[in-house]
Every structure is written in C-alpha cells, then in structure tokens.
Design a protein around this ligand. Sequence first.
Ligand code: TXE
Length: 503
Amino acid sequence: MQATATHGSAMATMDVRNLVNGRFTERQGAALDVIDPAAQVRVGSCPDSTAREVAEAVDAAHRASTAWARTPVADRAAALRRLADRIEADLDLFARTEAIDTGKPIALARTVDMPRAISNFRFFADLAEEAGGPLAPHALHGAGFTSAIARRPLGVAACIAPWNLPLYLLTWKLAPALAAGCTVVGKPSEVTPLTAHLLAERALDCGFPAGALNIVHGRGPVAGQALVTDPRVACITFTGGTATGEAIARAAAPRFVRMALELGGKNAAIVLADACTPDRIGATADGLMRALFSNQGQVCHCAERVLVERSGMDALVEALSSRIAALRIGDPLDESTQFGSLISASHRGKVESAIAAARAEGAQVICGGTRPDAASLPERVRAGAFLRPTLMTGLPAGCRTDQEEIFGPVATIAPFDTDNEAIARANSTRFGLSATVWSCDCTRAARIADALVCGTVWINGWMARDLRAPIGGVRASGLGREGGSEALHFFAEPHVVVTPDAG
Ligand code: TXE
C-alpha cells in the first residue's frame, strides 16, 4: 500500500436547499450536517425536510404534470441536453464536490461518475425522441380491427437515490422520468446531497417549467417515507439497501404504485483456471481488482465472492495480493489516488464488524482487514474513514459471510473443482444482481453465464454498460429493470384504442 501526497484546502461549506416549484426554498425544519468522510470535517448542511416540505414538492410536481406531459418531446429532450451541457461545463467542480462528499478518488468522479451523469441526460433525450422508439405511438393491424397504442406519462415520479454514486444514480432516474413526460421529486441520499444541489442550481435556467423537476433533501424515514406514501406519487424508482427497498415496497403496496427497486447484491466472480495462466493472470487480476474494489467496494455490482478453479487459486491470490499492496490509498482530492475513504466512519464500523464476523467463522485474512497506518496518510485525511482492501479465504460454502452484502472493500476467495459446484455456490444467496466470469474459453464461460441467476453477467470485464441494455436484479436484488426502453416504459402507461377496420 502506498500513500499519496497531501492535497490543499477542500472547499467552502455548501448550504443545500430544496428545489420546489422552480425556486430554492427556506428550510422549515432542522439542518443535517454534511461530512467529508476522508477529512472528517463538516462541508455543508442540508435540509432535514419535514413531511410538509415533501408534500409541497409533490404538490408542485402534481400541478406541473399535465403541462409537462403535453410539452413536445423535442422540447423536453432539449431541456435535458441543456442540463447535460451545464454539468459538462462545470465538470471539475462537480467531480471535486463528489469526491469531497463521498471520499471517492477525484479521478474516478471525473472519469466515471460525471461523464455518466452527462450521458444519462443525453442518452434519454435521444431515446425519447427516436422515431419509432419506445415512446412512439404505434398501431397493430389485423383480425378486422386496429389497436392504436400510445404511452402516457404516469404523472409524478419519486426518484430516490443512494450515496455511493450520488449524481450518477440520481440522474439515471431523473433523466428517463423527465424524458418520458413525468414530473419529478428527486430525493438524494442525506449522506451525499452536494452534487444534487449543484444540479438543481443549473436546472433553473435550462427550460424546465416550475414544478417539473423538484429536489427535496432529508432523512429516509422522514422525507423518504413521506414521499413514497404521498397519494399523488404515481411511481417510485429507488436504489439502495434491500431492507429499505422492502420498507418502501410495504409502504407503497396499498396504493399499487408502480415500483422499480435496485437493491443489494452478493455478486460472485467465477475465475476459470485458463484465466490464471502466466500469460492471462495479469489481465484477469487487473479486471478483478476493478470488480472488487472500485469506489472502495461500494458499488452494488462489486464482486464480494471470488470462486476460482482450484489449480488457479495460488496464482490468483498472489496476483491480487501484489496489486492490493500497490494500490495508492490516499487523499481523494489527489489525482493519483486510486483508493479513497469509505462513505462514513459508521459505515466503516459496519464493514469492520463483517470482517470480525468472518474471522469468527474461520476466515484467514490474506491481506487488508485493518485501517491503514494514519502516518502513511496525508495529514488532511488522517482521521478519515479508510480501510485497507481486504481479501479473505478459508470459509466454508454457505457461511454467513458469503450470504450478506458487506458493501465495502472486502471479498472472500474460495477454490472450486467443477463448473456445477461454482454455479451452485454463485447462486446460493438470496440475491441475484450480477456476476462476472473470467476465462478465454468462450463456450464454457457462456454456459456458466447462462446458468447464473442474476440480472447481468459480465465475461472478462465488469460494468461495461450499453445504456440501451436493461439492468437490475432478481430475488432480493430488486424488482424491475432500468436502462433503455425499459426505463422509458416504466414512466409511461400504455393506452390502447381499438377501432374496427372500415368495410
Ligand atoms: O441506504 P438506504 P443506507 C446498501 C449497503 C448499505 C445499505 C444501507 O449494503 O450498507 O444499503 O445503506 C432513502 N423511505 N446499499 O442506509 O437506507 C435514503 O434517504 C424512503 C446498496 O445508506 O437504502 C436514501 O436516499 N426512502 C446500494 C436512499 O433511500 C428511504 C447503495 C438509500 O438509502 C427510506 C447504497 C424510507 N423508509 C447502499 N429509508 C445499491 N443498491 O447501490 C431510506 N431512504
């Protein structure tokens, strides 16, 4: 593990406000502190919105919904493109703010989070406008009558986002909702509200009528709960923890509200022996490092369980260990940092408890498992929520560690002898979000991929995303799919008019 140099001062504190009906509102309730997890300093405040403030935002969205639904799709798309341009123009500010708010390396925010937020808007602007595309009216002929199918925007969409990819995931929901003609009440995570506020500031002059795009901040059990139980909310799209997803589903079920839930995972990486030969091991280990530890392991698609064909085990352990040792852990604001802080000290506590539980189940820690030496870190971030990337082995199939999502830089590695054993173990949790398979035997890799019970399988890679492809999970990993036409269809209700053919 190498430590990177000290970075200069961070930023002035930010006073986050709710965006309601086209303007920023005065706080009615208390404020929540926003903490830079790497420096452990307060970098802003955000409203701890009350149910009444949420109701005002929903009211604004509800009043704006008919006009926004009737706004020509070309005009809606133009507003989305303007907003994308505004993020792009201020990309450095957005990236730096995201790094401060989350503890993620600024290079990651600049090259992944922000470009993706921009392309979310541009992608859905283009898709909504596409002639013959997912929103285009069309007719089915035959049997003596014609069925004319139109897709009508549902109304008010509640878009609830988590803290790990704050702007990336918030815009992944806002963009299709607005493109499809829904008005929106967005609720960013109270842990990471800053880039949503930057977005709200820029949305003011992009051509969204008052009330089309509202953003309320606050705690999940208060503001989030008020949003998902408001009778004027027509649909809910949520990304976050499985327990929260269940609470939202229960709260919204009595109204039969349309829901998309993108929840946790316990994703397996299946590595075949041919991916561990001397000429292949470097590429395999590089790819796996991304799958295991990107964003400090705080991505729902990160792999937490590596299953490796027995003859490749030693080579893979060695290749991963040397890469973990070389990873530059440091100040998220330093451009050369590869691995930053966890989202908070309390989340680090949860992850450390999971490591302790694994040890109690018999795990041997191959590397990591502890905090980096404070002295190895730049002064600005010595008190930060850092934890070394951790690889453990020696756990039996079915152990608790391999059943529960950790959502941090912690993975287990275990050998397997047959493909069926690997498949059974990969499928043996209550989750089903994604998986990866590493091999140059395309037929064998495809056969394994086909047998995995999850939404997405990446072969020899991780998180390669064509935004037209549906993404989401099965079982406890969620309900519904985001991406491409699935997302636009989610926000619109088909309406069919059947007419007899003349003659
Ligand atoms: O997220 P929550 P938390 C997992 C990860 C993590 C766990 C908990 O395992 O340890 O979830 O994280 C809002 N009604 N993931 O507690 O609670 C909340 O305000 C309505 C997986 O930070 O799921 C925030 O905006 N909304 C993950 C959002 O839900 C509610 C990403 C997510 O918060 C609410 C993050 C309620 N009752 C964590 N309670 C992924 N799948 O990518 C909370 N919220």
